[in-house]
Write a protein of this length. Sequence first.
Length: 327
Amino acid sequence: MAAATLPAFLSDARARVDEALERYLPAPPACPEIVSEAMRYSVFAGGKRLRPILTLAAADAVSRGAPGAPGAPGAPGGKDAAARAAVDLSVPAACAIELIHTYSLIHDDLPAMDNDTLRRGRPTLHMVFGDGIAILAGDGLQAEAFALLAREPSSDDETIVRRKLKVLGVIAEAAGAGGMVGGQAIDLQAAGQVPGRGAALDAGSLTAMHARKTGAIIRASAVSGAIMAGGSEATVAAVDRFGAEIGLAFQIVDDILDVEGSAEELGKTAGKDAAGTKPTYPAIFGLEQSRVLAAECVARARQTLEAAQLGAGWLAPIAEWVVSRRS
Ligand code: GRG
């Protein structure tokens, strides 16, 4: 994806992901109309596609920049050809992560969890289709994500099959009990929604909770692209550290926007965290210091990229975009 500017890269990546999601999501007669409609209602509701964008950007950067990468100077076919191939290989992982992210939002909005009525600028799925179908659409999206990871990219090539399997494991761990599900469980405890098992969070445990709840999937997004592009262990580890910093910055900014943004800007109910009992970065550190913390994450993320010789791709501008959160 040889885009000239960040907006062009974001727009190309979104188009690529949306076209693939349209192809990958099951439709009748493969599944009942109601499930297909409900899944599509949420998947095509206008999300930013941050996670799949990170996957494609990591694949692009690793194939072009990292030492020994397939697209490193002198490699046959040149950098653009290698980057195109790496991005092609990582599209299924990018889409699978967006399906898992969408499932998590659908379930998070349910009355049993965060009980919200607005998401991505529309009524939440359960408000339109009812709780039962919303639960099933979320379940379906998660299962489809893993079916997709197993199926695509379709290849008998041992190298590709090994990368696919690695990515499948990375995404499963990020989505599971040690990652997003675990973080959501701590969040429910902190919100007093687990009978007899409440938990107070200080600054350290708040960060640890977010590292699981939102950070793990963001890290896995970038790591999946790096793996599919054939990055070395050291390069994948650097992309993982970058993802961890971006994940934390994303969450801090999300907390700031909850205080400062309107429902129209956010596409979801504003002021919900601040009004609730859950701790947030602005509540613990104040708005100014929260902004400083987010900027520090981005600075560390940049340093990590530069040390891994990945500073020239789109990952660094994406990190800036995450904190400015304007598209
Ligand atoms: C239900 C297992 C389970 C987990 C839910 C991610 C999550 C865990 C809940 C979402 C709660 C929430 C709103 C957290 C704040 C950060 C966040 C994930 C915001 C939404 O992500 P964006 O801004 O959304 O990338 P779009 O709509 O642009 O994709």
